[in-house]
Design a protein around this ligand. Structure first.
Ligand code: GLU
Length: 290
């Protein structure tokens, strides 16, 4: 059955911008008859369990509902290893010995897109690999051998969006599955076919959609919603003052979120009645904490 989701990383308490994105993800799912799921993306922040639980509690406090127990990424490592094995069997992975510095300093083809992996380790011979392995003395990352340079996704708010798909990392040198792999694998495993999240992640969606295809999964529908900024036009952060639910309070937070979308409702069910994706603001919301 189809589903939407919200998938916070438990590195800090959710701020009003994250809560607004969660509300929008819930509205997109519920208004299209989808299930709604929560996932705590804790592969990077495994020790932040308390924050993760607080995020789930905050989402519950503002009235969001979900249809299964929240999932924690750290609880099913087998899912990621199975996907890595599948890609490896298909000959789509190679070891990469580059450090960040190596990548920054590597020579690039004149028209290579900015931010793309320059391909240093892509075509090494077995002998060269052995030498590089011994030289670096740390476990290699695994990269996906891609056969495109860009890929186009269809976004409900941005239309067709074309972004870079380089040979991106699917498993880091420390053995942790990379964000792009984990998200794609989990969304497929959870039956998620609608991805609503902040538009800071729009540039990642071509890589993720491409990887979904490589793994034999359907691409989800995307909607990347405008972020919330502070009065200086920078991303909202803790230092901006009262930004978390504990600081703002549930009713004030809901009022602010609703008003930022041009609505009057004061709870999420009321917002569902007013929700029309075609009328969503395309500009960032400037939040003024008081
Ligand atoms: N966990 C990611 C984050 O909080 C978002 C994952 C996603 O929505 O794809 O940045």
């Amino acid at each position: 059955m189809s589903a939407g989701r919200f998938a916070p990383s438990p590195s800090a308490d959710l701020h009003i911008g994250n809560l607004r994105t969660a509300v929008l993800a819930w509205l997109f799912a519920r208004s299209t008859g989808r299930r709604f799921l929560l996932r705590v993306d804790d592969l990077d922040d495994r020790t932040f369990t308390e924050i993760g639980h607080r995020q789930v509690a905050d989402l519950e406090a503002i009235g969001l509902t979900w249809d299964a127990e929240p999932e924690w990424q750290s609880q099913h490592p087998d899912r990621y290893s199975a996907a890595i094995e599948q890609l490896s069997q298909a000959g789509l992975l190679y070891e990469c010995y580059c450090s960040r510095k190596d990548i920054a300093q590597a020579p690039r083809a004149p028209h290579a897109p900015q931010g793309a992996y320059p391909g240093t380790c892509r075509d090494l011979t077995d002998d060269q690999r052995q030498v590089r392995r011994a030289e670096t003395g740390r476990p290699p990352a695994l990269r996906l051998r891609t056969d495109v340079i860009t890929y186009t996704v269809r976004d409900l708010l941005h239309g067709d969006y074309t972004g870079i798909v380089d040979d991106f990392v699917v498993r880091r040198g420390d053995g942790v599955p990379a964000y792009n792999l984990a998200v794609v694998v989990d969304d497929a495993a959870q039956g998620v076919d609608q991805v609503v999240r902040g538009d800071d992640l729009l540039p990642s969606s071509p890589r993720q959609a491409y990887l979904a295809r490589m793994l034999g999964h359907a691409e989800p529908t995307y909607a990347h919603v405008a972020l919330v900024l502070n009065e200086d036009g920078a991303r909202l952060a803790k230092r901006d003052g009262a930004v978390t639910l504990a600081e703002i309070g549930v009713s004030r937070a809901l009022e602010q979120i609703s008003a930022s979308l041009g609505w009057r409702a004061t709870d999420v069910d009321g917002m569902l009645a007013e929700f029309d994706p075609a009328l969503l603001p395309r500009q960032p919301w400037i939040y003024q904490p008081h």
